[in-house]
Design a protein around this ligand. Structure first.
Ligand SMILES: Cc1ncc(COP(=O)(O)O)c(C=O)c1O
Length: 439
């Protein structure tokens, strides 16, 4: 861990996107050492492209296993379904409109964070949206990032880049070291300038399943300029394999200056398995909650109250969350056992969350596969397993595997055979970029 002080480094003005034009700034290499990003282009999510290719492949009669979306294929607990159904069939409840979220849900989340932080976290600081995805551009805007700079991890969940782009902020990166799976705190220091308004931390991380320890968070808070915010994405906090202490308590309870500069985001999509129900939330400093509520009044109006009643019920079902974690850990162990003997690929260590990452760089190069999308398609057509190209996350040469399929082990065995040279599948109808032979 490295310590330091808030940066007074001047803004990277040359990197700022120019409104309405294709910015020449994209030619300037980011200091993180990764390929330059065009702030004006929103790339498609390759995860959905692979999901779609898999659907077509399945319709053509192939047996396909999806390791794409972080969406559990286990059914919802019947009590959660019942809570939603009861609300749907009750016109008084199903027609409620609360732009900031159902009061019962905000109260329940307030009780949960208050217990964690050991101090009252008022429901007025907690706002509900249709998942966290739609919160990000709005949060960046109210936190003052528009026209300034957002610092995000690399690898990243792509939402952070897209949200920054949507509000006209430029993006700088800090690194997660792929050997230690820790934040390179020096790269955080390098990324921060006087233009930095928001720094995103994601723990446990997507795609790596890395965990940010408290010491690193303290170091980051020290480096943060006084007028900047941390956006802490804890969406996988209940999916860790170990009993690592959550960071939310220190972020909410820390010194007044720290807690007033942190926004936490979380969701019912992952551990609570309510992906398609679209319920997420943020915990804001009191100073920002009014502004965010106004934004939701104009841009959201309401999240379906019926699914919010389901979310209240889900909060009473922590046993469900725990059992999902146990299932995912068993799947992770299976992946370790399957891939460890192979020399053609390397499984990056995951401490939890919904995913693990397979480094296929050497394999793809050796087999003349032009990109990890080409590799993912080759795998899909030969083995029937759909994976996510690492390019989505700034991890070229890698594939992300989601633990969420109940056929995960079978899928991993097929991948092991593919990378170990025992794949038997045909490339039906596949127009891939593959030039060489898969061993
Ligand atoms: C790290 C991370 N943050 C945010 C999200 C957005 O989730 P949702 O919109 O379902 O809350 C996801 C979804 O996969 C994610 O992986």
């Amino acid at each position: 861990m490295t310590s330091g002080h808030a940066s007074s480094k001047p803004a990277r003005s040359a990197m700022m996107p120019q409104r309405g034009t294709r910015s020449p700034s994209r030619a300037i290499p980011p200091r993180s050492g990764y390929a330059a990003d065009d702030p004006n282009t929103i790339p498609g999510f390759r995860m959905f492209a692979l999901d779609e290719a898999a659907r077509r492949h399945s319709e053509a009669g192939r047996d396909v296993i999806l390791l794409t979306l972080g969406k559990s294929d286990l059914p919802l607990h019947p009590e959660i379904v019942a809570a939603i159904t009861r609300a749907v069939s009750d016109p008084d409840r199903s027609s409620l409109v609360f732009p900031g979220g159902l009061p019962e849900l905000r109260e329940a989340l307030s009780a949960r964070y208050s217990a964690l932080a050991g101090q009252t976290i008022s429901p007025s600081r907690i706002l509900i949206d249709a998942g966290t995805s739609s919160l990000y551009p709005n949060l960046l805007r109210i936190l003052g990032a528009a026209g300034h700079e957002v610092v995000i991890p690399k690898p990243y969940y792509p939402l952070y880049r897209v949200a920054a782009s949507l509000v006209g902020a430029s993006v700088a990166y800090y690194n997660i070291d792929l050997r230690t799976m820790s934040i390179d705190v020096d790269s955080v220091r390098d990324a921060i300038t006087t233009a930095t308004r928001v720094l995103v931390v994601n723990s446990p991380g997507n795609p790596l399943g890395n965990v940010v320890p408290q010491d690193d968070m303290v170091a980051i808070l020290r480096l943060l300029p006084a007028d900047a915010f941390i956006l802490f994405d804890e969406i996988y906090e209940n999916a860790l394999f170990s009993n690592e202490s959550p960071l939310a308590p220190m972020l909410l309870h820390g010194s007044a200056s720290a807690s007033s500069r942190v926004v936490i985001t979380n969701s019912f999509s992952k551990g609570y398995r309510m992906y398609t129900k679209r319920v997420g939330w943020c915990v804001l400093p009191q100073s920002q909650s009014e502004a965010m509520l106004s934004v939701l009044q104009h841009t959201r109006l309401t999240v379906d109250p019926s699914v919010q009643y389901g979310a209240v019920e889900a909060l009473r079902r922590e046993d469900e969350v725990r059992s999902l974690r146990t299932i995912h850990e068993a799947r992770w162990k299976h992946a370790v056992a399957a891939f460890s003997p192979l020399s053609s690929v390397r499984l990056l260590p995951s401490a939890g969350g919904f995913y693990c990452t397979l480094d296929c760089t050497e394999f793809a190069r050796f087999n003349g596969l032009a990109s990890d999308s080409a590799l993912a398609l080759d795998i899909l057509y030969r083995t029937g397993v759909a994976t996510v190209p690492g390019e989505d996350f700034g991890l070229p040469g890698m594939l992300r595997l989601s633990f969420t399929s109940s056929r995960f082990e079978e899928a991993v065995d097929r991948l092991r055979d593919y990378f170990g040279g025992n794949a038997t599948g045909a490339i039906d109808g596949h127009i891939g970029a593959r030039k060489g032979a898969v061993p």
